[in-house]
Design a binder for this molecule. Structure first.
Ligand SMILES: Nc1ncnc2c1ncn2[C@@H]1O[C@H](COP(=O)(O)OP(=O)(O)OP(=O)(O)O)[C@@H](O)[C@H]1O
Ligand SMILES: [Mg+2]
Length: 255
C-alpha cells in the first residue's frame, strides 16, 4: 500500500502560538486513519492546514506524491481531498438537498458557486443525481426537502459527511463526525465508513469517541501540544505509555 497523503514537518503558527509543530505522518490509500490527541492538541488546525483552509506556516503536504500545500481549498478538493468541519458549517437556511448540491460543486471557487447552483440542464440533473445518491448513502434521502437547520444534531453530522461525499473524494477528512450522535447512529455511521473505505475512499478521522476510533481505524497517529507523539494500530496505541500519559494529563481518557 502506498501513501496517499504525506504530511512533512507541518507547522502552523498563530502569532506567538505554535498550534502544529513540525508534524509528520502519512496516510495509506484504502485505510481508515485516526488522528487523536487531547483537546487543543492541534488536530483541527492540522485539518485546516492540510485541506487548504489555512496556508501552513511551513512544511509540505503531498497528495499522491504531488504538493498541495498553499493551494486554496477548492483546488485541494479538485485533487480529491475534501474535509468536514468540527462545528457544522451547513447552510442552515438551505434544504438538505441544496446542501448536498453545494457538495457536488466543492471543487469550484466559492465565487462561481451561486452561478452553478442556478444553472439549468443536464449538468444540473447530473449534480442532483449525485447529491441524492450521497443523501441515500447516509440515510438522509427522506429528509431532502427539509431545512438543514431543522435537522437533529446526528442528522446534521451525517449531512456534513454527505456533503463531503457528494464531491466523490479520494480522501475525506472527518472532524469529530460522531458528535451529537446516539450509540445506534454512531454504529450505523461506523459501518457506512467501513463501506466507504471498502469502496475505495480513504478516510482520515479526528474523533474523541475512543470506542469508535479503536473499532474503526486501521492505523492511528496521536499528537499532543502540536507535536507527533506516537503511531500504530489501535491495540498498540491504546496501551502506549506516551498516549496514556497525554490523556491522563488532560481532561479525557483513552478507553
Ligand atoms: N485561528 C486560530 N487562531 C489562534 N489560535 C488558534 C486558531 N485555531 C486554533 N488555535 C489554537 O491552536 C491550538 C490547537 O487547536 P485545535 O483546534 O487545532 O485543537 P484540537 O486538537 O482540534 O482540539 P479539540 O479536540 O478540542 O477540537 C489551541 O491552542 C487553539 O486555541
Ligand atoms: Mg478540533
Amino acid at each position: 500500500m502506498s501513501s496517499l497523503l504525506e504530511v512533512r514537518d507541518l507547522t502552523m503558527q498563530f502569532g506567538g502560538l505554535t498550534a502544529v509543530d513540525a508534524l509528520s505522518f502519512s496516510v495509506k490509500k484504502g485505510t481508515i486513519h485516526g488522528l487523536i490527541g487531547p483537546n487543543g492538541a492541534g488536530k483541527t488546525t492540522t485539518f485546516n492546514a492540510v485541506s487548504g483552509f489555512y496556508k501552513p506556516t511551513s512544511g509540505q503536504v503531498m497528495l499522491s506524491g504531488a504538493p498541495i500545500h498553499g493551494m486554496a481549498m477548492h483546488e485541494v478538493a479538485r485533487r480529491g481531498l475534501v474535509r468536514t468541519f468540527q462545528h457544522s458549517t451547513l447552510f442552515a437556511e438551505l434544504s438538505v438537498l441544496e446542501n448536498a448540491l453545494v457538495g457536488t460543486h466543492m471543487t469550484h471557487p466559492p465565487s462561481v458557486l451561486s452561478a452553478i447552483l442556478g444553472r439549468d440542464g443536464a449538468a444540473r440533473r447530473a449534480a442532483r443525481d449525485r447529491a441524492m445518491a450521497a443523501l441515500e448513502f447516509f440515510g438522509l434521502a427522506h429528509l431532502a426537502e427539509e431545512r438543514a437547520g431543522d435537522l437533529s444534531h446526528g442528522h446534521q453530522r451525517a449531512l456534513g459527511m454527505a456533503v463531503a461525499y457528494a464531491s466523490a473524494p479520494e480522501l475525506v477528512l472527518l472532524d469529530e463526525p460522531f458528535t451529537g450522535m446516539n450509540p445506534e447512529e454512531t454504529q450505523r455511521m461506523m459501518s457506512l465508513m467501513r463501506k466507504l473505505r471498502d469502496d475505495g475512499t480513504t478516510i482520515l478521522i479526528v474523533e474523541h469517541d475512543m470506542v469508535a476510533i479503536m473499532g474503526l481505524c486501521d492505523h492511528i497517529t496521536c499528537m499532543s501540544f502540536g507535536k507527533f507523539l506516537a503511531e500504530g494500530g489501535p491495540k498498540e496505541i491504546r496501551h502506549h505509555p506516551k498516549v496514556i500519559e497525554a490523556y491522563l494529563g488532560g481532561a479525557r481518557h483513552v478507553a
